[in-house]
Design a protein around this ligand. Structure first.
Ligand code: ADP
Ligand code: MG
Length: 563
């Protein structure tokens, strides 16, 4: 069987193309969305999905999320006694999805179409293919996420020359793409976005407002309390889509905090974020040299585009209603299934892949003076911006922070975060500054040159002496060779994964343990419940287990609703 997969930063989905068209498979818990989270338990068994997400709270050191951001880099994550590369973590998610598809159909999954962001570099695409191999399937093709969204809407049936804008607001990333269809070929005309803007930031807005209103300082809350509050507010954020006003009640120690928020106020509070949404939209349109009237359709996808303020903004900016009737968190997966269906019918839709751009912003780390003139270190200073067409060469001039500094350490980073340490460090260049001079007479010009092969050349020139220093960075150290893939495949195969039929029990325990972590007052009670449930699990009596699981689930619902 050939499947379509959306391997998302926050959630992943799997489906296939059948007689009725594209359709998705539920996971062992009955959900279509599997959280892209991996955790390793005390026995060294791997746990994926909702249970792993709960374990982020109770076992943060042995759980990991948002690793899609690290695809194409060699960054390793230690979970318990195992160490994983990003493509291995992705492979564990894929395996779990594949098991769900196989359980639903009784057929073996052999091939897949997997969606990736349009701006994914060659290295990131190769890492995604490697993840498929590590999961034991052949990746028939990678499809750009915006193209998949267009397929879910059947836009490939439009006339030649049609142009679409795909707006994708996920959990932590925002992507805008302008697509053009020509002769069965989809071209990504422009892509823009914000790698650190998504539904989570809107949740932060609610959290800040809630705390301000109740004179709570976020720093005074324990991580457990913060987790509880965020869960409450996440529900409120979702409820605001269907209700003009939502009540939030949260018990904090002895106090019961009540809050009422309406959609209008939420939209006002979120104004700075809404503003950040506008920028990439305007940029993508400018880069594609299009006026709003020249777009045939605007498509909204990504879970966070469900917030009413999103279609409002888009309608206002473009003067028309966007398409959003396909479930926004399923659209990309459904599109990947359509692509799998096209392959089955020996028809395909070709894509022009956008790899002749620099996928990340490249820059260095600098200090800025604060109001008192003291050094504030660690800011990211971009030199080559993401999406610049390659080859590209840009130069910026920097001064040492202090007079008579004897050397300058120029660190090279890639990423989109304003603080350098949140980005990925690629290397550094030491520039000795002799003789000593005043800071303003000791400027260094820093030139970055990035070529089609992903090689970054860094050149520093001390302006006073014209002395040059150079560093050459291969941008793709992050790829596994075929031999490495084979050996890692074996290593992964020996890792134990809990069988699918145990998933509901594991998820129930993980949830109870999360609540134990979050609700201190209920700990004695929870401990009893956990012990009893573990005991029932030991009986291996399926009937008894099911009955207890149902009771425990209800008890946990009540606890969470009342606390
Ligand atoms: P990703 O593509 O990053 O994996 P998704 O498309 O699954 O992400 O979107 C996840 C985001 O969507 C989360 O921030 C979540 O809060 C938000 N979201 C999901 N459903 C809703 C809803 N009904 N209302 C508002 N936000 C929602
Ligand atoms: Mg997504």
């Amino acid at each position: 069987m050939i499947v379509g997969i959306d391997l998302g930063t926050t959630h992943s989905l799997i489906g296939t193309y059948g007689e009725q068209g594209p359709h998705l498979f539920p996971n062992a818990l009955g959900d279509y969305l599997t959280p892209s989270v991996v955790s390793v338990d005390d026995q060294g068994h791997v746990i994926v999905g909702r249970a792993a997400r709960d374990r982020m709270v109770s076992h943060p050191d042995s759980s990991v999320a948002t690793f899609k951001r690290w695809m194409g880099t060699p960054r390793e994550t230690r979970l318990g006694t195992h160490t994983f590369r990003p493509e291995e973590l992705s492979a564990l998610i894929l395996r779990s999805l594949i098991a769900d598809a196989e359980a639903a159909t009784g057929e073996k999954v052999t091939e897949a179409v997997i969606s990736v962001p349009a701006y994914f570099s060659d290295a990131q695409r190769k890492a995604t293919r490697a993840a498929g191999e590590l999961a034991g399937i052949r990746v028939e093709r990678l499809i750009n996420e915006p193209t998949a969204a267009a397929l879910a809407y059947g836009l490939q049936e439009n006339r030649d020359g049609s142009r679409f804008l795909v707006f994708d607001l996920g959990g932590g990333t925002f992507d805008v793409s302008v697509l053009e269809m020509f002769d069965g070929v989809v071209e990504v005309h422009a892509s823009a976005g914000d790698n650190f803007l998504g539904g989570e930031d809107f949740l932060d807005v609610l959290q800040t407002a809630f705390c301000a209103e109740h004179q709570l300082s976020m720093d005074a809350l324990t991580p457990q309390e913060r987790g509880q509050l965020r869960r409450r507010l996440e529900q409120a954020k979702r409820d605001l889509g269907a209700n003009a006003s939502v009540a939030v009640e949260w018990r904090h120690g002895e106090r019961t905090l009540n809050w009422q928020i309406d959609e209008e106020r939420f939209a006002r509070l979120a104004e700075p974020l809404v503003h950040r949404i506008r920028t990439p939209l305007e940029r993508a349109m400018r880069d594609a040299r299009l006026q709003p009237a020249q777009l045939d359709e605007i498509v909204l996808v990504g879970g966070a585009s469900r917030m009413p303020l999103v279609p409002r903004l888009v309608s206002r900016m473009f003067g028309r209603l966007p398409l959003r009737h396909v479930n926004p968190d399923e659209a990309i997966a459904l599109g990947a299934c359509v692509s799998a269906g096209l392959k089955l019918r020996d028809k395909r839709l070709e894509e022009v892949i956008l790899t002749d751009v620099c996928p990340y912003t490249l820059g260095t780390k600098v200090s800025h003076p604060d109001e008192q003139g003291r050094e504030q270190a660690g800011f990211f200073a971009p030199i080559i911006h993401r999406n610049s067409t390659v080859p590209v060469s840009r130069e910026e001039t920097f001064q040492p922070f202090r007079d008579n500094q004897t050397k300058l350490t120029l660190e090279v980073y890639q990423g989109e975060h304003p603080m350098a340490d949140h980005n990925i460090k690629l290397g550094e260049l030491q520039v000795p500054l002799t003789p000593q001079r005043r800071a303003n007479e000791n400027a260094v010009s820093l030139r970055f040159t990035y070529d089609v092969n992903g090689v970054l050349q860094v050149e520093a020139t001390i302006l006073a002496t014209q002395e040059r220093h150079e560093l050459v960075l291969e941008q793709n150290p992050g790829l596994l060779s075929p031999t490495e893939i084979r050996s890692r495949l074996q290593a992964l195969a020996s890792i134990k994964i809990h069988p699918r039929e145990k998933q509901e029990n594991i998820a129930m325990l993980a949830r109870a343990e999360r609540l134990y972590e979050e609700y201190i007052a209920a700990r004695a009670q929870l401990q009893q419940w956990i012990a009893r449930f573990r005991h029932v699990l030991d009986t291996q009596d399926e009937h008894l287990i099911r009955e207890h699981r149902r009771q425990l689930s209800e008890a946990l619902d009540t606890l969470e609703a009342q606390a």
